[in-house]
Design a protein around this ligand. Structure first.
Ligand code: ADP
Ligand code: ADP
Length: 208
């Protein structure tokens, strides 16, 4: 059983790679960002609590996230392993995860800060299936999304102003996790400043 952690700054390509690796590995993508956005849309208690943090580009409190993950990991499709995307993001989250599953490998996607703004400000997703695109680097084909739709959805927090706060949160609270996983021999670094397909190939190689 494989439990993969996709690690990296906002805009590193975690979601893009998770979508590509889903077919190859058969593992579901568990994205805390997607779960939180669904909670905000549904105006659930979790959503109401998380919204202000997300709008400000700050991390949502650990206990909210840990409770979400505990519930998610009880679902049937998680029993054979998952790909965590955007979780854990703090040392307490990583410690909580270790109590729930054995992490098999941490794939850390390295992308320099100066690339992050252009990646995030050009990001959009298919409003129908959620596939991730980019205005310049991964545009919607003229024939539309692979699912057949033509609708583009942009995130409220994908602005230049919020990216600065999100990168700050990454460096202060999330980057130290690399040492945590390095110490347990689980960290595998991948150069994320390259063609999307080359990165996917490296990631799949790292699993063998
Ligand atoms: P994350 O999940 O880490 O926040 P995404 O997968 O959403 O990152 O990618 C952020 C943006 O950058 C998206 O618009 C995506 O299309 C684009 N992108 C992802 N990987 C690459 C890459 N290797 N080169 C150029 N652009 C990329
Ligand atoms: P990105 O990878 O582009 O930063 P995500 O979709 O992973 O975006 O996260 C969006 C927002 O949701 C974050 O800025 C943060 O407010 C919140 N969030 C997502 N995952 C976590 C987490 N594991 N811990 C704390 N906050 C989180």
């Amino acid at each position: 059983m494989l439990n993969i952690v996709l690690f990296g700054p906002p805009g590193a390509g975690k979601g893009t790679q998770a979508q590509r690796m889903m077919d190859a590995t058969g593992l579901p993508q568990v994205s805390t960002g997607d779960m939180l956005r669904a909670a905000v849309k549904a105006q659930s208690d979790v959503g109401l609590e998380a919204k202000n943090y997300m709008d400000a580009g700050a991390l949502v409190p650990d206990q909210v996230i840990i409770d979400l993950i505990k519930d998610r990991m009880k679902e049937d499709d998680a029993k054979g392993g998952v790909m965590f995307d955007g979780f854990p993001r703090t040392v307490p989250q990583a410690e909580a995860l270790a109590e729930i599953v054995d992490v098999s490998i941490v794939l850390a996607i390295d992308v320099p800060d100066e690339r992050i703004v252009e990646r995030i400000c050009g990001r959009f997703s298919c409003g129908n299936c959620g596939a991730v695109y980019h205005d310049s680097f991964n545009p919607l084909p003229e024939t539309g999304c692979t699912c057949g739709a033509f609708s583009e959805k942009r995130r409220a927090d994908d602005t230049e102003q919020t990216v600065v706060a999100r990168l700050d949160a990454y460096h202060q609270q999330t980057a130290p996790l690399a040492d945590f996983y390095q110490a347990s021999g689980l960290l595998h670094r991948i150069d994320g400043d390259r063609d999307i397909d080359l990165i996917t190939a490296d990631m799949l190689n790292a699993l063998n």
